[in-house]
Design a protein around this ligand. Structure first.
Ligand code: BG6
Length: 504
């Protein structure tokens, strides 16, 4: 094992540990797209700002748009000024931009691939990059095969090659399997980095720390002590001009299939024997395999109508540009899921996700069972609520534990109070963006925070079963006004079980 591989996972190390990847070239396909502007380039800038990039590093942007190196650099500089989390520093930018190049190419013909190969080799020779390459596929999936085949044929004989594949990874199980097969024709599994950017979020990784770095939680992290789990991925934004994609995807493919199921897997997984990628993937996939296909009554779908979000009137989904006026695409899903294993049998995992909901909030709430015998008279307590461990994935990143406490005074009145840990306050540092971590991990060859092929396939298996059941009926859409918490049937899903969605 090389030094780099041994040091691959920071969960094995203390906070001060600094990982520096090997020199390499990063090639971004889709260099004029939204993702590159809003996420990738700001992430590279943040890494440059903190001196986390390799000592010798080149970035090559590839897209069809005609422009030269200077034009692209200028465009990227504006993107960094607009979207980066750090102040703009000319010296940091100049150092990064000095080794940024642009190639206008179409991979439908071999010439484009050859041109890229020559450019990468030139950078490699000039900067002594050792043949190490990261290719980032930030393009729509139909473009994957041509690019992957072209790259596969031109692999560098020296150094390492890694391929980052953006979502959506397939449209269903069959297409995901074909995509995996196509990738394996040219790349080994450990060279493929399937992105689910939620795994790069600090708070999602903190769920692992919370569970496995603290002796206090693990003994009670099971069906004996936990009544149920609620996972919410709520967004107040709409589809942001992405009708072409969203009409095909809907909430189930956009969020449920990937981000939501990954959050669930991390919450429910067994402790891995170590934090190497293989061990973490093995435990997550066991959870995904144990997920019971929910019956039609356990899944709710919705689509937003007009409404008010944060005080502003917003159009219905069917009124968004590019959306069919009779669209049946769901913008909300809620479900009751069960993980059929020894730890979780009969413990519901209620999950919900949607666009144009009341506010942006991603949380994982672990609701514990009630105290077995409260010795207080009902009249003096406000109903003795059960304890809830709430992981705020975003915003207001942190963890909070709801406990019952005595209200000061003569009687024995109990009220729920919160013990809070807030990232901002505890560490006094800004939160890194998920893409910073994920790009760095790719350069380090660490796949722990990426999705393995079998995980993706298990996720699709469940989604395909849900979507197949949906073919049988046609709900009356829209069924929730924008700015609310989804359709009434979502509340009903929990009310039937004598429970309700958390409100704070
Ligand atoms: C993306 C989805 O994967 O995640 C978007 O395609 C969604 O529809 C986004 O808005 C949410 O990401 P975040 O990091 O803002 O929660």
């Amino acid at each position: 094992m090389t030094g780099t591989a041994e040091q691959a996972n920071p969960l094995l190390e203390g906070l001060s540990f600094r990982r520096t990847p090997d020199p390499c070239a990063l090639v971004i396909f889709g260099a004029s797209g939204d993702l590159t502007h809003k996420k990738l380039m700001p992430a590279l800038y943040a890494l440059a700002f903190r001196r986390l990039l390799p000592t010798r590093f080149a970035v090559i942007g590839v897209a069809r748009t005609e422009q030269d190196d200077d034009g692209w650099r200028e465009d990227m500089k504006h993107a960094v000024q607009q979207y980066a989390r750090d102040e703009f520093r000319q010296d940091v930018w100049d150092e990064l931009a000095a080794n940024m190049h642009y190639l206008s190419a179409d991979f439908a013909d071999e010439a484009g691939a050859d041109q890229l190969e020559q450019l990468v080799e030139k950078c490699d020779k000039e900067m002594n990059l050792g043949g190490n390459r990261v290719y980032y596929l930030a393009v729509p999936p139909p473009a994957f095969p041509e690019i992957v085949e072209a790259l596969g044929k031109r692999k560098s004989p020296t150094g390492w090659t890694r391929l980052i594949v953006e979502k959506p990874f397939g449209h269903d199980l069959d297409s995901a399997r074909s995509l995996n097969r196509m990738l394996w024709e040219h790349f080994a599994e450990n060279e493929i980095f399937r992105i689910d950017h939620y795994l790069g979020k600090e708070t999602v990784q903190n769920m692992l720390a919370l569970r496995f770095a603290n002796g206090v939680f693990e003994p009670i992290w099971n069906r004996q002590f936990i009544d149920h789990v609620q996972i919410t991925v709520a967004e107040s934004i709409g589809i942001e001009g992405r009708a072409g994609y969203y009409e095909q995807a809907g909430a189930i493919r956009d969020i449920f299939q990937n981000h939501l199921l990954q959050l669930l897997a991390i919450t429910a997984m067994e402790p891995p024997i170590d934090f190497h990628a293989e061990s973490v993937h093995n435990e997550k996939v066991k959870v995904l395999k144990a997920l019971h296909t929910p019956g039609p009554k356990s899944v709710v779908r919705g689509q937003y109508g007009r409404g008010f979000v944060e005080g502003e009137e917003v159009p219905a989904y069917r009124e968004e540009e590019g959306v069919a006026s009779d669209s049946m695409t769901e913008t909300f899903v809620a479900a009751k899921l069960f993980v059929d294993n020894w730890r979780w049998a009969d413990t519901p995992f209620y999950v919900r996700m949607g666009k144009r909901l009341a506010r942006r909030e991603t949380t994982i709430a672990i609701q514990f069972k009630r105290a077995p015998h409260p010795p207080f008279e009902e009249t003096t307590s406000e109903g003795l609520r059960p304890n809830v461990l709430l992981v705020h994935v975003q915003p207001d990143e942190g963890v909070s534990l709801a406990i019952g406490a005595k209200v000061p005074g003569q009687g024995m009145t109990i009220r729920t109070v919160h013990m809070d840990f807030l990232y901002g306050g505890a560490f006094r540092t800004g939160m890194p963006e998920a893409y910073e971590r994920l790009i760095l991990d790719t350069m380090l060859g660490d796949t722990s925070l990426f999705t393995r092929s079998d995980e993706v396939e298990e996720q699709w298996l469940l989604v395909d079963a849900i979507v197949a059941a949906w073919q049988r009926d046609r709900p009356a859409f829209p069924n929730y006004p924008a700015g609310t918490w989804g359709p009434p049937s979502s509340e009903e899903l929990l009310r039937r079980d004598g429970r309700s969605w958390r409100r704070n």
